[in-house]
Structures are given as C-alpha cells and as structure tokens.
Design a protein around this ligand. Sequence first.
Ligand code: SF4
Ligand code: ZN
Ligand code: ZN
Length: 318
Amino acid sequence: MARCSKCGRKAVIRIHYARMNLCAEHFIEYFEGRVKSAVIKYGMLKHGDSVLVAVSGGKDSAALLASLTSVSKELGIKVKAVHLNLGIGSYSAECLKVIKELSKVLGINVEVVGVKDVLGVGIAELARRSGRPECAVCGLVKRYFINAYALTSRVNAVATGHHIDDLAPYALKNILLGNIGSAAKLGPVAEGVEDYLVRRVRPLYEVYERECLVYALIKGLPFVRNACPYTYVKGIESEVRLFMDSVDVKHPGIKLRFMRSIAKEYARWVSSEGYGRCRVCGMPSRGEVCGFCRLTRKALGVEAGPSVIKYLSRIAGS
Ligand code: SF4
Ligand code: ZN
Ligand code: ZN
C-alpha cells in the first residue's frame, strides 16, 4: 500500500508529475494550494475582487467553487455562484438537483437562471429552430448569459472550471489545424472590456481532471454522473486527447508544461483581439449584431439580447 509522502498515512492518489503520493488531507491541501498559486502567479484576481463561478452540476465546476471558496479568505476575494439551467430534459433536471445539494454542502447561495424562463424555450428547441448544432447554440447562450449576469451583478471576473485535460487537447488540436490564434486564447486570463465584456479567469489552469475528481470525492461534493445527451465524443479533439494522455503517462507533466508555454505565448497574442458592441443589445460582438441576437432572431423571430439583460439585471439586483 502506497504511503503519503508527507505524513506516512495511507495514500489516496499519486501525483506522477510531482513524484508524490498523498493522503486525503494532504491532497486537499495540495489541490487548494495549486488553485491559490495559479490565481496569484497569473494575476487572475487581486485582493478585494469578487468573482463569479458558473457551476454546471459537473465535478470540475464543483471542485472550482469549493476550492476557490476555501482559499478566498487568504486571497481576500469574494466568491459568488450562478447556475444556468439549460432546459435539456432530465439532464438539466438532474443538474439542478445536484446544484441545490452543492449549495447546501458548501453553505453558498447559488443563483439559478433558467434559459426557458427567459426565452420560453430550452437549448434543444433553440437549436432545432435555428438549424444549428446543440453544442454550438449552448456555448453561445452560456457565454452570453454568464457575461451579462456577471456584468449586472458587478463582479470583477468570471471563473471557469477548465483544467489541463480540457485545455491541452483543444490547444494542440488548434495548433495541428493551423489555428495558432485560437490556441493562444487558451491562457489563464482573458481580459475584459469595461461595461460589456467581463474578465475571464481559469483557476484550474494547472490541475488535471483526475485531481478534480478525487478532490470532489474526498470533499463529498455532489455532481452529476450522467453526461449531457448531446456530448460529442468523436472527432480530432478526442484523438488528440487520447494521444496526449498516453504521452503524459510516459512523460508525466508534459501537458502541464505545454499549457505553461501557452500561457507565456498567450501574452503576445491577446492584444490583437478586438471586439465591438452589438448594435441591438450592446454586448460584445465581432459584427454589427452579436451572435446571440442573430440566433434568437432566427429561432424566435426577435433579437432577445435586450430582454435577457433586463431579466438578469432584475435578478442580480434583487
Ligand atoms: Fe451544452 Fe453540448 Fe455541453 Fe450539452 S454537451 S451541456 S449541449 S455544450
Ligand atoms: Zn498525508
Ligand atoms: Zn446583441
């Protein structure tokens, strides 16, 4: 039986890249230390900031909310949480149930915003009416709602639960496809623009997915076990993911080093990114009208941006 490298008790995890075995107690300390040091090292948040965590019901965002809350006093930050109910049948119902439990376990209020309550339809119906893939519509809606909610609730940043195993395959896939600019966007911080684009930070930038899972299990955090019915598991990214997993087994920590190099490169690229404002709703847009207003015009016959912002301002102000 493997023993904890720090105290000699029974180990629950081996951290290959650090050549350490850790018991439950020392692993929690290790994980939260990684989150805290990433926040400081990459300048994600400063003393006095408030940060919004968007919790999906999955293990990664649950681990993010719990760990960030745990280190919030030391960092001098305030943590808020929101859950976007996507209206995807029994999957979203399970997510909502889990979120209510998570809120109880952590003693944190998680504001719930229902896409259906605002738009009258959920993701699947929006996708059907617009003729676009569910995940493309979902990504657009999530980005729009979370950005608008964060702006109306006046937080300094939104924290997302992306870890190394999300980011590294996506970055490498983009490099292989020649989209270097997209890979460069995967740094630990995406700066915002006052009034219409909130700053986004990734406190799990230096942790692996299995570490999030073990952290959530030890802490007893509830999370959904079933995947969304629209999860797409084929394609280049999943092949790249398998390739990177096997390389990381032979060369522990190679994914981590890869993401650190992206973080370095990222600083050179990010300044070239430019957004304008949607002429309908005032939110970030690369064209005259933002993607969300175009999507809802096609699916619902109305550009719904302004009514979503009004709705979210009411919730954030209540
Ligand atoms: Fe949304 Fe697609 Fe993820 Fe389901 S799998 S939650 S539709 S992005
Ligand atoms: Zn120990
Ligand atoms: Zn718009």
